[in-house]
Design a protein around this ligand. Structure first.
Ligand code: FE2
Ligand code: FE2
Length: 277
């Protein structure tokens, strides 16, 4: 992490105040200062997810969206999923005793370059293999069970669409967005500003945010079309594998997009500000 970034140096944990920046889905910049030990229901879902990584699996479990569109207040998000804020905080407190999934706490504080390398190796590469596996499984399930369970035809089409969209999206990140962020990071690390790169970075950053909304829309469609990944009685092992694979896909994509939208893009915004934009 570079000296110009706002999260360093870190004071002792009890007194820690996080200075967070990010682009919202409307592409404007918001800045907050959040005491780590005082998140409450008036903070947004994103603020709480960043300040308390242990809240992330709880949000996922109760159906609160945190990876895209986490601009809502926790109190409003609770209302939408039919939960009281008190019940949510009790679950988060309980989760504090469990390990945080996918080393989120570490990656929330990693350098942008390390985070991008991690995203490519931990999320992009396995996702390509997983989407190809799910496409083959869906074709098999469709052939075998399509007549009795026509929803599998829809699932097959949505998985194919997600596979195409995701591949295009990841190529744009790997070939355009991430190299631009790395170039800007390197310039700032040398104590220089690179306004040309900063100007080049803004359009793909906005485009990736819009892509993420589309990707989450397809994930929601998969969840609805499979009735919450439920398996009908009397179907083959392939149907079971397809539904458990889709559930895992949702989990991994939520964490993947959370690390990009809420962590990496916030750091990229810091770089734009440090570059004079
Ligand atoms: Fe990505
Ligand atoms: Fe992405």
């Amino acid at each position: 992490m570079r000296c110009w970034q706002s999260k360093k140096p870190q004071p002792p944990k009890e007194a820690l105040a996080l200075h967070l920046h990010w682009y919202t889905s409307q592409n404007f910049v918001r800045e907050i200062t959040l005491e780590r030990n005082t998140p409450n229901s008036e903070h947004t879902v994103r603020e709480v997810a960043l300040a308390m990584p242990m809240a992330v699996p709880v949000f996922a479990h109760v159906g609160i969206e945190f990876s895209c569109g986490g601009d809502e207040k926790v109190s409003d998000a609770c209302r939408q999923v039919g939960l009281t804020p008190e019940a949510l905080w009790a679950l988060i407190e309980e989760a504090a005793n469990q390990p945080v999934p996918n080393d989120l706490e570490f990656w929330h504080n990693a350098s942008p370059v390390a985070l991008m390398d991690h995203i490519v190796h931990r999320y992009h590469e396995p996702l390509r293999k997983e989407l190809s596996r799910l496409e083959s499984l869906a074709a098999k399930v469709s052939m075998r069970h399509g007549e009795a369970h026509p929803q599998v035809h829809k699932l097959q089409r949505t998985i194919a669409m997600l596979g195409r969209d995701m591949e295009l999206h990841m190529v744009k990140e790997e070939r355009v967005l991430f190299p631009l962020i790395k170039r800007l990071d390197a310039a700032l690390g040398r104590g220089m500003t690179d306004q040309a790169t900063a100007h080049q970075l803004l359009p793909p950053l906005r485009l990736m945010l819009a892509d993420h909304d589309g990707i989450m829309g397809l994930i929601r469609a998969l969840r609805d079309q499979s009735d919450g990944y439920s398996v009908p009685a009397g179907v083959s092992a392939s149907y079971h594998l397809l539904c458990s694979g889709l559930r895992g896909l949702q989990h991994d994509l939520q964490l993947h997009l959370h690390l990009e939208n809420n962590v990496l893009f916030g750091a990229a915004r810091d770089m734009l500000v440090a570059s004079g934009l």
